[in-house]
Design a protein. Structure first.
Length: 499
């Protein structure tokens, strides 16, 4: 079977015909309570470890197939190295590694017992998160499925044996909410641009209503009335209508508590417009809405786990196309803030969309802070590659908390500078500001541009052009779209903003 894997917790038990997964440290000693369930296991491991040069190092595995005297088609021995030092991210990675090794196995029983001491319920929950995220597939458009490990099937059913089932289930509830949020974000980014255009994207966001999220979509008429000339300018070359969708989750004790806000760039396809992009790799620009996808995934996670916070998610949805009505280099647009913008390059469209979305959110909701996510510049790829997102912030506390959440989740970020000295690069001859600042400091001038539309609200900008799509495949992600940012921001909220 393909598709989402079924995972549940149960008391530690013998494999009874299922694939069996056990953990060992560098001493290669199978925990006693596991050896009692599978008395043949220590001997099997001792026999195979030397030949396979398996030393129990963290995130390595020894796969013993058709083990004699064990009621199981496979004994998968997973190394955890120095178990005492294993942190949160390691358990998610461990889950991902195990799911990868299980491949298309129908059924697996995991003996989630530490080689030393006890693993916590939170560790079990992270392990489950890793299993789930590794099992994610986006193959709905393949009419013939391959059955190799990476493109084909994922395990059907995994039972995680733990000491305290109730505690593990409780801890896992929140992680499952996050897993769903990441999966949703990945799917939105992976969807082709002929399917996921602005109105369809808005519909998928509206599906959050069944979780208790209020969803409102502004159409072009409503946005014109508000004066959103920058966002509408980007969409005007496309036959598809633009949308601004606002999602509201009211989870705080007081409905009046100041909300926190997340704003996403949702360019459903970025051709570059009249300043058209080269053909090579242009198909990747279906992912130019990864910021918006993250915001939807995050709102899903927050609502699903009933986070005790009031949160706004706003996404600017447009398609950037060349056409008879498209904006031209030289055009001057009037933004909702009143500031005029000279378009130098129609491919610098994300900042135009965010200019109106950010202004609208601070104006209407007066949030405690705003965090925007955007696949904004190729320059951030030059600076940081696919490993880290660029962070820009006008508030040190918010920036520091984001960096910490990045370390905790493994969704790493690196703070870049904001500095008025860069403003001269985006001064315009004819308008208040121009939309590009030339080749140098491209990610910084983009952030300086955005800052003009946040009106002193505490704000952070995450440039996710490198991390949102095409990022390196790792233990917990085999998908082109990583769903980057959902885990990071959920963690930020959980650690600092719940009442
Ligand atoms: N969506 C792109 C940025 C991008 C590039 C995202 C590569 C993901 C991968 C953005 O709209 C864009 O085209 N930016 C231009 C800005 C330039 C014209 C100032 C860029 O980075 O080249
Ligand atoms: Mn562009
Ligand atoms: Zn773009």
């Amino acid at each position: 079977m393909s598709g989402p894997v079924k995972v549940d917790f149960a008391p530690l038990a013998a494999p009874k015909g299922a694939n069996f997964v056990v953990f060992v440290g560098a001493d290669l000693k199978i925990p006693e309570r596991v050896a009692e369930l599978a008395p043949a296991a220590p001997g099997l491991l001792a026999g195979a470890a030397k030949t396979a040069r398996f030393a129990g190092k963290a995130l390595t595995a020894l796969d013993i197939l058709s083990p004699a005297e064990l009621d199981s088609p496979r004994l998968l021995v997973v190394g955890v190295g120095e178990a005492k030092e294993a942190k949160e991210t390691d358990f998610a990675k461990l889950g991902g590694l195990v799911m990868g090794k299980l491949g298309g196995a129908k059924e697996a029983v995991v003996a989630f017992a530490a080689p030393e001491g006890e693993w916590s319920a939170a560790a079990a929950a992270d392990f489950l998160l890793g299993l789930r995220l590794r099992a994610y597939r986006f193959d709905k458009y393949k009419t013939k499925k391959k059955d190799d490990e990476e493109n084909g099937e994922s395990a059907g059913k995994v039972t995680i044996g733990v000491a305290d089932v109730a505690a593990a289930r409780r801890a896992a509830r929140d992680r499952e909410a996050v897993a769903e949020g990441v999966e949703l974000a990945r799917t939105l980014v992976n969807e082709p641009p002929n399917v996921l255009f602005p109105e369809e994207f808005a519909k998928r966001a509206a599906a959050l209503e069944k979780l208790g999220v209020e969803v409102e979509a502004l159409d072009e008429k409503a946005m014109a009335k508000l004066g959103m000339g920058a966002l509408l300018g980007v969409g005007q070359g496309s036959n598809k209508e633009s949308r601004l969708v606002v999602m509201r989750w009211q989870g705080a004790k007081s409905a009046k508590a100041k909300p926190i806000a997340f704003v996403g760039k949702g360019v459903c396809f970025d051709t570059g417009g009249i300043s058209i992009k080269p053909a090579a790799g242009m198909e990747d620009m279906k992912g130019d809405m990864a910021g918006a996808a993250c915001v939807v995934g995050l709102m899903h996670a927050l609502a699903r786990r009933k986070a005790r916070v009031n949160a706004i998610g706003a996404i600017g949805l447009v398609e950037n196309m060349p056409g008879g009505d498209a904006i031209r280099p030289g055009d001057i647009l009037k933004s909702m803030s009143g500031q005029t913008i000279e378009v130098i390059n129609t491919d610098a469209e994300g900042r135009l969309v965010l200019a109106d979305a950010l202004w609208y959110v601070q104006d209407k909701y007066k949030p405690a802070f705003m965090i925007d996510l955007a696949t904004l510049t190729g320059a951030i790829l030059v600076a940081l590659g696919h490993e880290r997102a660029g962070l820009f912030a006008n508030n040190d506390e918010l920036a520091d908390r984001l960096v910490e959440a990045g370390k905790a989740t493994g969704e790493k970020i690196w703070r870049m500078p904001l500095d008025p000295a860069y403003d001269k690069l985006i001064d315009s001859k004819f308008a208040d500001v121009k939309n590009t600042g030339g080749r140098n400091a491209g990610s910084i001038t983009a952030a300086q541009f955005l800052q003009r539309f946040v009106n002193n609200t505490p704000w952070a900008h995450l440039d996710i052009a490198g991390t949102g799509m095409g990022s390196p495949q790792n233990e917990i992600n085999r998908s082109w779209a990583s769903g980057w940012g959902v885990r990071l921001l959920d963690r930020l909220v959980a650690d600092h903003y719940e009442t």
